[in-house]
Each structure stands twice: as structure tokens, then as C-alpha cells.
Design a protein around this ligand. Structure first.
Ligand code: C2O
Ligand code: CU
Length: 492
């Protein structure tokens, strides 16, 4: 991968760094309070977005067919293969897909079901499926440390019980920056019928992502500028369910739609904001204890994060615009460009009564006293590689696979202090277990740690069957994960 062109670019970055007097060894600088004396990067401007005009359409997306008639078992066949898709209408391009589509089919099941996925790899490269956010048995986690990847032409059967209701997603964990970036991702909705009490007009999954395409040909193109290497590549076309953003959906005022939103982009942050209607967050990755109106500041979804929302238009004839608002995820990088994602256009029918959302959605017990406390420092450093210096991302000063393993006990609670020692945001994700952020009862598996921020999380290393083994934790900017910001928790 270290082509000549890449090295030249790195040298240009390093030149800029040394010119500011902030050179090597930043990963070991004391964190907190050094007021931006970290690496000041010259990220370069973001590429302008292609902004499609509003187009009438829908948010529908195919659901995977359950091939097993038995109740309590959802069995699906899923194939990874290259296929032609149209990110820009009328301009086919070859993407990597599950079952020929981007995103892959949505998997729907109920909590307590057993999910069986008969997976076949028809790509030209090895791959795997990771079940992001699901508490699967260790050997089913699809991360390369557990088992070798699924080679081209091979099959693998994933099989596990669905222990939690919520909005989850699936994606490869083998060269994930490249494979997810080419189109391999899909949603898993696990419902708890006893908790679904809010009347809605429709439930839809919204997979947000981006691709870089040639604006004339619609062909997928890659980006390898300094900004992409530091912040992870961002596309110039925002996608909602694999189609261009700015889809316009006809609705009736007052009728709520339930949106399960997933940020499946490899690097892009989506700061969701709406105008003209009402938006209430009832879940993130799993159902919240209490609903939260989404105010003017919006709702930030870092890569890997999800939201479970109720959205409706207030008045007949009005339009709700849901957009990606500008967000600056690295100091000095400049904010991302705003773009409209979805519009709900209410017809003239008198408004329906908006949904009656209970003040309490469920009760979530706080996690108990931690058996251990650890510090996880997200950093960056310079490395010498074949005579050239390279940027690499670190956890506690080391890059994967050289980060010492931590060893939590199955059945214990731990408190981890996530310390971001860099000038850019990093979304922290832990495989196989969920956590709560200090001061909140929300159940999560991914949390954004903003530049220079510290967040304390309590992790439930539950002792279920299959909990023991090696589990990854990493930054969900996949470029960072693949370039060192990954480590292992060995649960014993
Ligand atoms: Cu969604 Cu380790 O990843
Ligand atoms: Cu990161």
C-alpha cells in the first residue's frame, strides 16, 4: 500500500508538522490542558459535495428472506459479491455488495430468536462478517483475530442467539476500511414485541454513508490526499440507503415515522438536524429509558453509531428537512459541508394526532461497582518505516498488534477512562459487550470521544456463554482502526 505517491504525501505532511515545531512523540505527550499543542495538521479542504436536487422516492429497502419457517429461527442466505449499482442514477458502477445491493438486505428478527446466516464469499478477496453491537459468542464475531477470514469461494455459517433488541449492523472486519468503503454493510433490526408500544405510520431503516464518485461518469473513485490519510477518506456524494441524498417522501402531518438510522460511512460524521417538524430520539443502539426531543443542536452520529427516531411533520402542507449539518471533527480541519438528506412533504390532509410517547420507555439498571479501572489513551505517533516516517494511530502509545492486552473477567464490570490525546474526534467501539457512559443509563457499544475529551464508561463484561476470548476495541474511523488504533481485551 505504501506507494511512492503515498510516501511523497507523507513527507509533505511531516514537513508541515515540523515547520510548526510540533514533531515526533506526540502520542506520549501528557493529555489534557495542553491547549492544542498537539500535532497541528494541515488537513487541506474537503472536496465539495455533489448536491442532488430533491427527488421523489421512498426510504424502502429490501428485507432478507427468512428461509426457515420455524418460529424462533431466522435463517438467511447472504452472498458477498461484486455487482453493478447506481449511486448516481443512470451511471452504473461496480461496488462490493451483499446480495447485489448497497446496503445489503436488512435482517429483521425478534429478541430471543436464533439468527443463522449462511454466508458465501464470491468476492476476489478474503472477507468476514462482524455483527456490530450484537453480543455474539466469541467465535462468531467475525474479527480476524478469532478465525481466519472467509476466502473467495468459501462459505461460513454464522449462528447465534439474539440477546438484545435494538438497531445493529453488519460489515466485514477484514481490511474493513477498504471493504466497507466499497459497499459492504447492512442493518439488523432486533425487535422486542413487548416494548413496541408507540403507534407509527411506518418503520424504515436509513443507512447513511458516502462514496467518492466521478461526477461525470458515476464511477467509484478513491481519494488519497493528506486529509483522507489523516481523517479517513470521505466521499463527495452522501447516500441514504445507497441512493443519492435529498429524497423527498410524501407524508401526512402528525403521522410519525420510526427511523432506525445507521452511520455506515468509513469516516464521515453525520450531525443530523431537522427543520419544520418534530424529531424525538427513543433509542440509540438500544431503546432509551426516556425519550429525548432532538433540539436545534442536532444529533451527532459518528461512524458506527445508530439512532432510533420518531419524526413527523407538524402541519398540513409543511416540509420537514433533515440534513447533515456542518461539523468540525478535527481542530483546524474546517467543518463538513451541510447537505440535505431527506424531506418529508406533508399533503393537505388535516393533521393526524401525533404519537403519544410514554415518558418512560423502559427501566435500565445502572451498572454496579467496577472491579477494575483502566485508562485507554487514543493517540497518534510517528513511526519509521523503511527509512521514511509514517503517521500511525495508537492506543496507550502503541499501535495494533503491539498494544498490550487487557484481561477483564467474564461477569465483571470495569470502568474505562477513554482519553482522546489528539486534535481530532475518534469513535470508540468495543466488540461483544455494551457499556454506559458515566451519568447516563443509555446502553451503547460505540461512543464518540471528541478531540481532547475524556469520557468514563462502565462496561458490562457479562458472563454469558461464549463471552470468554479475545475481543477487539478500536476507533470506528476505519482508516484509523486499520492503521493502529485497535487493541484486544482478553476476557477470562
Ligand atoms: Cu463496526 Cu470492529 O466494528
Ligand atoms: Cu480515529
Amino acid at each position: 500500500m505504501a506507494t511512492r505517491k503515498t510516501l511523497v504525501l507523507w513527507q509533505a505532511i511531516l514537513g508541515a508538522l515540523f515547520a510548526t515545531g510540533c514533531g515526533a512523540g506526540m502520542g506520549s505527550m501528557p493529555h489534557g490542558g495542553d491547549g492544542g499543542m498537539g500535532m497541528s495538521h494541515d488537513f487541506g479542504p474537503a472536496e465539495p459535495l455533489i448536491e442532488p436536487a430533491p427527488w421523489p422516492g421512498s426510504l424502502d429497502h429490501p428485507v432478507a428472506v427468512d428461509a426457515d419457517p420455524a418460529p424462533g429461527v431466522v435463517a438467511i442466505d447472504l452472498t458477498a459479491r461484486a455487482a453493478e449499482v447506481e449511486f448516481l442514477p443512470g451511471h452504473p458502477t461496480t461496488a462490493w455488495t451483499f446480495d447485489g445491493m448497497v446496503p445489503g438486505p436488512t435482517i429483521e428478527a425478534r429478541v430471543g430468536d436464533t439468527l443463522v446466516v449462511r454466508f458465501r464469499n464470491e468476492l476476489s478477496a478474503p472477507t468476514s462478517i462482524h455483527w456490530h453491537g450484537l453480543r455474539v459468542p466469541n467465535g462468531m464475531d467475525g474479527a480476524a483475530i478469532h478465525s481466519r477470514p472467509v476466502e473467495p469461494g468459501e462459505t461460513f455459517e454464522y449462528r447465534f442467539p439474539l440477546l438484545d433488541a435494538g438497531t445493529f449492523w453488519y460489515h466485514p472486519h477484514h481490511r474493513s476500511n477498504e471493504e466497507v468503503g466499497r459497499g459492504l454493510y447492512g442493518v439488523i433490526v432486533v425487535r422486542d414485541p413487548s416494548a413496541e408500544t408507540i403507534a407509527t405510520r411506518a418503520e424504515e431503516t436509513l443507512v447513511l454513508s458516502d462514496v467518492r464518485v466521478d461526477a461525470n461518469t458515476g464511477q467509484l473513485a478513491s481519494s488519497s490526499d493528506t486529509r483522507a490519510m489523516m481523517m479517513g477518506p470521505e466521499g463527495n456524494l452522501l447516500l441514504v440507503n445507497g441512493r443519492p441524498s435529498n429524497v423527498e417522501v410524501a407524508v401526512r402531518a402528525g403521522e410519525a415515522r420510526r427511523w432506525r438510522v445507521v452511520n455506515a460511512a468509513t469516516s464521515r460524521y453525520f450531525l443530523l438536524q431537522q427543520t419544520g417538524g418534530t424529531m424525538v430520539r427513543i433509542g440509540g443502539e438500544q431503546l432509551l429509558a426516556r425519550p429525548e426531543p432532538v433540539g436545534g443542536g442536532g444529533l451527532l452520529l459518528a461512524p458506527g453509531m445508530r439512532a432510533d427516531l420518531l419524526v413527523w411533520a407538524n402541519a398540513p402542507g409543511s416540509t420537514v428537512v433533515v440534513r447533515a449539518a456542518p461539523y468540525e471533527r478535527a481542530m483546524g480541519s474546517g467543518p463538513s459541508q451541510a447537505a440535505d438528506l431527506v424531506r418529508l412533504v406533508a399533503d393537505a390532509t388535516p393533521a393526524a394526532t401525533p404519537p403519544d410517547i410514554p415518558a418512560t420507555l423502559r427501566s435500565i439498571p445502572a451498572l454496579g461497582t467496577p472491579a477494575a479501572t483502566r485508562e485507554v489513551v487514543l493517540g497518534e505517533t510517528m513511526m519509521m518505516m523503511g527509512g521514511s516516517s509514517m503517521m500511525s494511530f495508537t492506543i496507550n502509545g502503541r499501535s495494533f498488534p503491539d498494544v498490550p492486552e487487557v484481561e477483564p473477567s467474564a461477569g465483571s464490570i470495569e470502568e474505562w477512562n477513554l482519553v482522546n490525546d489528539t486534535d481530532m474526534d475518534h469513535p470508540f467501539h468495543l466488540h461483544g459487550f455494551s457499556f454506559q457512559v458515566a451519568g447516563s443509563d443509555e446502553v451503547r457499544d460505540t461512543i464518540n470521544v471528541a478531540a481532547r475529551e475524556q469520557i468514563r464508561v462502565r462496561i458490562d463484561f457479562d458472563g454469558r456463554d461464549g463471552a470468554k476470548g479475545e475481543w477487539l476495541y478500536h476507533c470506528h474511523i476505519l482508516e484509523h482502526a486499520e492503521n493502529g488504533m485497535t487493541a484486544v481485551a482478553l476476557v477470562r
